[in-house]
Design a protein around this ligand. Structure first.
Ligand code: HEC
Length: 143
């Protein structure tokens, strides 16, 4: 009899706790979903989840710094006597996708002064500067 009562109380106590946990779980999941949807719409390009403002800023530094990309492609990516503009939507030899931009920076273009990894930038810097070029050429960031 007593045990029964105790069990009854236990259920009564745990019931709300479980409900709260379940609700938090649902809310938690809902919140995460909302966050990732927001991020996708606001920042992440369709073909790269890397284009966060921080990555773009880091890439801008590489472009005007160690990569010395600006020396040939111009301060505003406008191009110059040596190299084409990187502003899109027209490109010289690539399709302008994130992957193509990344490949060109990583591999260079044989027979031109576009060497692979200009300035001997690291792999991480290749990713950053590619993200920057992608973002600027797709209207997602200022040069
Ligand atoms: C010494 C000059 C020079 C430097 C430095 C340089 N580039 Fe280039 N880049 C070129 C030339 C020239 C081309 C055109 C090659 C060709 O004919 O397709 C080119 C092509 C490209 C392309 C493909 C453009 C297209 O329309 O096909 C991208 C993207 C690019 N460069 C990014 C960069 C980035 C990012 C950096 C810095 C990390 C950089 N370049 C540094 C000269 C340079």
């Amino acid at each position: 009899m007593r045990q029964h009562k105790a069990q009854g109380r236990m259920k009564g106590r745990w019931g709300p706790a479980v409900a709260v946990a379940a609700i938090s779980l649902v809310l938690g999941v809902g919140w995460t979903d909302a966050q990732s949807v927001d991020t996708t719409k606001r920042e992440a390009p369709p073909d790269s989840a890397l284009a966060t403002p921080a990555t773009v800023d880091a890439g801008r530094l590489v472009f005007h710094g160690r990569g010395s990309c600006h020396a040939c492609h111009g301060d505003k990516l406008q191009g110059g006597p040596i190299a084409p503009a990187l502003t899109g939507p027209k490109w010289r030899h690539i399709d302008g996708s994130y992957g193509a931009i990344l490949d060109r920076i990583d591999q260079g273009m044989t027979g031109t002064v576009m060497m692979r990894r200009p300035g001997r930038i690291t792999e991480a810097q290749v990713l950053m500067v590619a993200t920057y070029v992608w973002a600027v050429s797709h209207g997602r960031a200022q040069p």
